[in-house]
Ligand binder design. Structure first.
Ligand code: FES
Length: 93
């Protein structure tokens, strides 16, 4: 990891203020027990940084390495869609 930057889910919020993605997980009930949530959010964060407006299939592919035994993934995917570029553009209109 020499020369690399490590980010954790705890490092995303600034001064106690959740990011748009974290807020979307909260609002869309993308977390239940919370065990998978840090991995889901960090995978989604990495996706949205590379691709701010991903398709549903791209979201599923980006989250594929994370297992959730509570949500059935629907709410998680909805949360990522809510935080994505197209959802934000729709909300602004
Ligand atoms: S919220 Fe419990 S494992 Fe995903």
């Amino acid at each position: 990891m020499a020369g690399k930057r490590v980010e954790t889910v705890e490092s995303l919020a600034t001064q106690g203020r959740l990011t748009r993605l974290q807020q979307a997980f909260h609002e869309k009930l993308g977390t239940q027990c919370g065990f998978c949530t840090p991995g889901m959010i960090m995978a989604a964060e990495a996706l949205l940084r590379k691709n701010p407006d991903p398709s549903r299939d791209e979201i599923k592919a980006a989250l594929a390495g994370n297992l959730c035994r509570c949500t059935g993934y629907v709410k998680i995917i909805e949360a990522v869609e809510t935080a994505s570029g197209s959802a934000c553009q729709e909300a602004a209109q």
